[in-house]
Design a protein around this ligand. Structure first.
Ligand code: HAM
Length: 438
């Protein structure tokens, strides 16, 4: 027998346990509700791909260069764990060619070998959408508006949008040459890494947070002032659309983002309540050349990814409860031997309520303690006396409502009304909306 050893979750990863796991569930449900109303449908792609799929994300990015979890499988294939969702979804579309426009959403664990800190992990979880098949700037507006709507649905109010355009294959090369020449004149000022790399992809220096690069690029030429006419028109239309929807944004000409596939619109939402190093709660943009790079026909695309962990941190910092409701609605305390609890919890659950109970025929006191700990709003109490009289005790556990007695056949409908505020036992009531009743 090997010696027993104790293990921990790998560095930079964590277990998502109750009650925190309810936040993940509620965020995913709220996200699905928002994007499915706009015609986006769930896509589940493999958690690993041929490494080439992700190399298309950008050979000059940290994500590909330094942070990829890659490995060879037993058949010698060079694979990598997904660092982000876009490349996988586009690879899947290129492989299966579903009708365009193709509007997909996903909830995907993503893996990056980063230096772990609050809000930055080696496994994080992204909610995202990808929309393929049109360059129409109205789609950019739709995609950005969906992410704004998601934050609003959670009750977040201190989230700000930054916007930029990175041009296309016509105007980007000209701008890139201009920027490279500019940086060549200041190479000594750049940080060590970008001194050696700026010729490979000069835009990365704009994204660098090190003081040398920030100072050297302060008056660098910006893409937004060197857009070709079609890109300028496209960007103008995106800004008009956002204004028409009342979505405030700040132009940020340095917003180049950390992946190389972007063209035209790029955007990022920052949570003001979080520390600035890790306050990007979502970001995305257009990638009109990616499908072609992955072997498909020229196909425009746009999307975003939003980190569940960061959104939960933003909720905590703003005092918003993303779980929005307790773990269970009702807790059944049965001191008659447990037989009533078997039937009652089943009836409650069939009526759309969440219900739990205690086990092992424990004492009234122990069961009641469990009821309190469960977070339930109501305890149903059945002892030998209630059983003999055909009634159930209904005790509100939150607020100061008094205990009542209800005839056994009426108790499920009664509790349903108490919990949901709706009379119809067959319906899901207001609980089924997004968190915090928004
Ligand atoms: P990204 O900006 O690299 O974009 O990641 C999207 C979001 O995932 C970030 O805004 C952040 O909330 C979260 N995130 C990223 N890395 C970490 C990490 N190490 N720990 C915790 N959260 C993290 C993308 O991944 C693109 N695929 C987005 C996109 C979709 N663009 C077009 N379509």
């Amino acid at each position: 027998m090997p010696e027993p050893v104790s293990f921990q979750a790998p560095k930079g990863t964590f277990d998502v346990l109750p009650p925190a796991s309810a936040g993940y569930e509620r965020l995913t449900a709220a996200f699905a509700a928002v994007v499915e109303r706009a015609g986006y449908r769930l896509v589940i792609s493999p958690m690993f791909e041929d490494i080439g799929v992700f190399q298309r994300v950008g050979e000059t990015t940290d994500v590909v260069r330094k942070e990829m979890y890659d490995f060879r499988d037993k058949g010698g294939r060079h694979l990598a764990l997904r660092p982000e969702g876009t490349a996988s979804v586009v690879r899947a579309w290129v492989e299966h060619r579903l009708p365009l426009p193709f509007k997909a959403w996903y909830a995907a664990p993503s893996f990056r070998y980063e230096a772990p800190q609050a809000g930055r992990y080696r496994q994080h979880h992204q909610l995202g959408v990808e929309a393929l098949g049109t360059e129409d700037p109205d789609l950019d507006v739709e995609v950005i508006a969906l992410l704004a709507e998601f934050y609003a649905a959670l009750g977040l109010t201190r989230v700000v949008l930054r916007l930029n355009s990175l041009g296309d294959r016509v105007c980007r090369p000209e701008y890139r040459a201009l920027l490279e020449a500019f940086l060549a004149g200041r190479a000594q000022q750049l940080c060590e890494e970008h001194q050696g790399r700026f010729r490979e992809n000069p835009l990365r220096a704009l994204d660098c947070k090190k003081p040398g690069c920030v100072a050297a690029t302060a008056d660098a030429p910006v893409q937004a002032e060197h857009l070709c006419a079609p890109c300028a028109d496209h960007f103008a239309r995106v800004k008009e659309g956002l204004a028409a929807l009342g979505i405030a944004f700040a132009l940020d000409t340095r917003l180049v983002r950390g992946l190389d596939y972007y063209t035209r619109t790029t955007f990022e939402f920052a949570a003001e309540a979080l520390d600035s190093a890790q306050n990007a709660v979502g970001g995305g943009g257009r990638y009109d050349g990616l499908a072609e790079e992955l072997g498909g026909p020229p196909t425009a695309g746009i999307g975003f990814g939003c980190g569940i962990e960061r959104v939960l941190l933003a909720c905590a910092a703003e005092g918003v409860d993303p779980a929005g409701r307790p773990a269970v609605d009702v807790f059944v305390v049965d001191t008659t031997g447990g037989g009533v609890a078997v039937v009652l919890t089943h009836e409650l659950r069939s009526a759309g309520l969440s219900a739990d109970r205690a086990w092992d025929q424990r004492s009234f006191k122990a069961q009641f303690k469990a009821a309190d700990r469960s977070g339930a709003r109501v305890a149903l109490i059945v002892g030998p006396d209630e059983l003999a009289r055909g009634v159930v005790g209904v005790k509100p556990l939150r607020g100061d409502g008094a205990q009542a007695e209800v005839a056994r056949p009426d108790v499920v409908a009664h509790v349903h009304t108490l919990v949901t505020g709706a009379g119809d036992v067959g319906e899901q009531g207001p609980r089924s909306g997004p968190p915090n009743g928004k």
